[in-house]
Design a binder for this molecule. Sequence first.
Ligand code: FMN
Ligand code: SF4
Ligand code: FES
Length: 592
Amino acid sequence: MEKTDKLILRLTEEAKGRQGSLLYILNGINKELGYIPEEALLHTAENLNISKAEVYGFLSFFKNYKTDAEVGDIYRKIVVCRSESCEASGSKQLIEHIKASLNLDFGKYSPDGKYFLDYVYCFGHCAASPAVEVDGILYEKVNPKVFDKIIKTFDSNKLEEPAELKATDVVKKEAPVKSLIFKRCGYINPLSVSDYLNNDDGFKTLRRVIEEIKSKGDEGKLLLINALKQSKLRGRGGAGFPAGIKWETVFKEKSDVKYIICNADEGDSGAYADRMILESDPMSIMEGMIIAGLITGAEYGYIYLRAEYAAAKSVIESAIALLKDGGYLGDDILGSGFKFYIDLITGAGSYVCGEETALMESIENKRGTVRQRPPVPAVSGLYGKPTVINNVLTFAYAVYILKGNSNLEYFLSLGTENSKGTMPFQVSGAVKNPGIFEIPFGVTLKELLELAEADVNAKAVQVGGPLGAYFPLSEEFLDLNLSYEGVSMKNGLLGHGGVVVFGGETDFKYRLLNALDFFIDESCGKCAPCRIGTVRLKELLDRVLKKQNTEENLTIIDEILDSMKYLSLCAFGAGVHMPVKSLLTYFKNEII
Ligand SMILES: Cc1cc2nc3c(=O)[nH]c(=O)nc-3n(C[C@H](O)[C@H](O)[C@H](O)COP(=O)(O)O)c2cc1C
Ligand code: SF4
Ligand code: FES
C-alpha cells in the first residue's frame, strides 16, 4: 500500500486546480485506507496551506469520514441501509439479524474485531431493497439468509455476485409511460457518443443553441430562455422552482465568472432517477449543462455526485473524457469558439449537502452547512458568483424542451396547470413491479400504485422522500393528484418523485423513531430550531411511548414542529413536521 504521506502528496497534486479539493483528497484517503489517519490531517493542511483545525472541522462534518481514533484498521465493514424503502422491504429484521448473529451494533466492532457495522440512509438501490454493502460491494434484496451466505462466501473468498440494478429492469417503458427523458436508458451504450447521437437526436439541442447564439447573440439566448420559461419547467430536485427564471437571472447578472452545477446528490431515500439516468444516459445531462453554460454565459460546470453512487461515478468520468475527445467539451465546442468544461465532485455522505448552498460550501472546502438567503445562488452562488444549480432531471428536461417547438408544445400538453410535463416517479417498497414510471403529472396515486403492482395489503405510502408526508391508502388518498399542487393540498410534498409503499406488517412506531434518528443525524446544526428541535422531538416521543404525560408531551411535540416549520433556516428543519405530523395523525393508534 502507498505510504500515507505519498498518497496525500499524490492526491494533493491531482487536486490542484480542481474545485472541491478537500473532498477529493479526503475521499481518496478514505478509499485507500478506510479512515482518515491523524497524520493525514497534518499533511493535508500543510499541502493546502490551511490549518489542521480547518481540515478537522471539515471532515468531522461528513458521515463518511472517520478518524483512526474512531475506527482504526477495519477488517470487514458492513454497511446496511436503514431508510424507508429498505425498511418497507424487511431491513428491520435484517438489521436485528446482523446485530445478533455477529454481535454488532452501529458504529461498533464485533468482539472478535472482525466486523464493523455502519449504516447509510439509502444507496439509491431502492428498487431492489434491502441493500447491504460488505467491504464496498453492494448486495440487493438481502434477507437474513442471504446475508449469512454473503458473509460465508466472503470469509471463504468466493464472492457472491454483486448487485447490478439494470436500467432495462428499472426504467419502465410499457403504457401509459410517456418517456421524454428516459427513452435511451437501457437501450444505448451510455459510453458511446455515436449511440447518443443516433438515438433520439443526441446533441441536436446543443447544435440549435450554438446556431441561435451564433446568429442572434444575446437575442438568441433570450429566445431560448423564453422558450424555457414558456414551458413552465419546474426544477425536479424538490423545490419546483421555475428553471427558465433561474437561467434568466444568471444570464442577466454581470460577472466575469459564472458557474453551472448539476445537483446529483440525490439523498432522498426512495429516489433513484438521477442515478439511473446518469448511469445509463449521462451525455443527456452533460448536454443540458453545456447548453445552460452557453445560454447563461458560464464556462465551468460541476456535477456534484453523492458518495454512494460508485457506478455512476465511473460512467460520468468516462463520459466526460469521451465528450472532451469528441469536441463537445473544452475550448472550442463543435468548432463554435464557445468554451465549456465539466468536472465531477463527489460528496461524502451528507444529506444536507443536497441543499444548494450547503453543497456550494462543501465545494469551497467548508463544512456543508446551509447559507442564509438572500442572496440566492443565481445572484451569488459558488464563490459568490452567479450560479445555475439544477437537479439532474431538470437538465434533461431542458434538453428535451429546447430541441424544438414541437417538443415544447408536447411538453406543455402534458401534466396539470402548475405541473407541466412528465415526472419519473420512482416506486419501491411493498410492490411487485418497482421502478421508474415516467408519466405525466396529474395521475392519481391509485393509478401509479396499479402500475407498480402494490401489495393488496399495503397500508401507507410516503411521497417525496424523507421530508414527505405519509398517507394512508384510503379512498381519499388513493385519489391523490400526483402534481406539485395536488400533493401540497394534502399537506405533503412531491419532492423528487419517490414513492415508498409500506405493507401490512409495517411497524409505524419503529418507522417514526427511525425517521427521527435520520433528522438528528442529518441536521447541519446551523440553526437552533432544527439542531435542538430534532433532538427534543426524539426525547419527547420516547416519553410518549413510555406513556409519560402523553397528551401534554404530544402538545409540546406539535409546538416544536410548528416552531421548526416557521423558524428553521432551510427546508430540512422546516419540513420535519410533514412526516412526523402525518405519522402521528394517520397512524396514531399504531404508534401510541
Ligand atoms: C435538505 C435538502 C436536501 C436537498 N437535496 C437535494 C438533492 O439531493 N438533489 C437536488 O437536486 N436537490 C436537492 N435539494 C434542493 C436544492 O436545494 C435545490 O433546490 C435544487 O438543486 C435546485 O435544482 P432544481 O431547481 O432543478 O430542482 C435539497 C434541498 C434541501 C433543503
Ligand atoms: S434547518 Fe437544519 S439543516 Fe437547515 S440550516 Fe437549520 S440546522 Fe441546518
Ligand atoms: S437503498 Fe435503502 S432506501 Fe434506498
